[in-house]
Write a new protein. Structure first.
Length: 291
């Protein structure tokens, strides 16, 4: 049922000061999790991104693609293996990772953004991210596992990204890097996004995934923590309220803040128009981390 005209007008008035405040600023958005699996959810999110661009905000999107990669690996007879949340990536696997991220997911996102009237350009991560291979990772008490072509970002070559922003296009970046020898490296998308946000000194770094934010009790939707400081994050980690898959996200967020990002947000992409609600309303819908 449509809202009365005055209610719709009030929503626009509430958004106005935020549009004025953020016009011309850069937002880095990490997009992943099951929020990428539902076509309706994907369309809502990408319309929100086009809205940001239309009101003068400069969004930069860094996407994941883990589930699609896992599916393709299984089709190829490969069994996915993860150590400390990172995918072990051998020579055959890195080819699949590149094909899925750069050949399928990235151009599909760009095409949809353009279909909604936005301007967008796909950027291979290896064209802007320089990485180095991760050392063997510890599994269990002492076992060292060679992760293969898995890396960490050591440098972001920002010129291509900044040129896209200057042309009023949305850069869409895959989480891949190249090493000193030119080999591709699989990069955790959370870490890649946090590093890019820090190097670009983004006004906002937004994680859009399939969790509502930081919660005191993951089973209780009412336990969402709407705002938290960097100092409070340390206590939440000690109390093991931040645990599991949220740890690398929070570590990446803290790194981005230390590099000059003004604010980090965690929001649930499955909530209709959560991106707009978080940015343009007084209460928001997720968790914000402030310095």
């Amino acid at each position: 049922m449509a809202q009365p005209p005055n209610v719709r007008a009030e929503a626009l008035i509430e958004a106005l000061p935020f549009i004025q405040k953020f016009r011309g600023q850069l937002f880095v958005i990490k997009y992943g999790g099951s929020a990428m699996e539902d076509e309706q959810v994907v369309e809502r999110f990408l319309r929100d991104v086009v809205f940001l661009e239309a009101v003068g905000i400069n969004p930069v999107v860094i996407h994941g693609g883990g589930k699609a990669i896992t599916s393709r690996m299984r089709d190829a007879g490969l069994k996915p293996r993860f150590v400390n949340g990172l995918r072990v990536t051998d020579e055959q696997s890195i080819r699949i990772v590149e094909e899925v991220l750069d050949g399928e997911i990235n151009p599909a996102i760009v095409k949809m953004l353009q279909g909604f009237g936005g301007k967008a350009v796909g950027i291979r991560g290896r064209d802007v991210l320089v990485g180095k291979k991760l050392p063997p990772q510890t599994e269990g008490k002492s076992t060292k596992i060679d992760m293969g072509f898995v890396g960490e970002v050591v440098e972001v070559q920002t010129a291509i990204i900044q040129a896209a922003v200057a042309a009023e296009s949305v850069p869409v970046i895959s989480p891949l890097a190249r090493d000193a020898s030119g080999h591709s490296l699989n990069i955790n998308a959370d870490i890649a996004a946090g590093t890019v946000a820090g190097r670009l000194r983004a006004a906002k770094f937004i994680y859009l995934s399939d969790v509502p934010g930081i919660m005191r009790d993951p089973m209780d939707k009412e336990s969402l923590i709407p705002s938290v400081t960097r100092a409070e994050i340390e206590q939440l980690r000690e109390d093991e309220i931040i645990s599991g898959g949220m740890i690398p996200k929070v570590e990446s967020a803290m790194h981005a803040l230390s590099e000059g990002v003004e604010k980090v947000h965690f929001i649930d992409g499955r909530t209709p128009h959560s991106l707009l609600l978080e940015v343009f309303t007084n209460t928001g819908v997720g968790t914000e981390i402030v310095a």
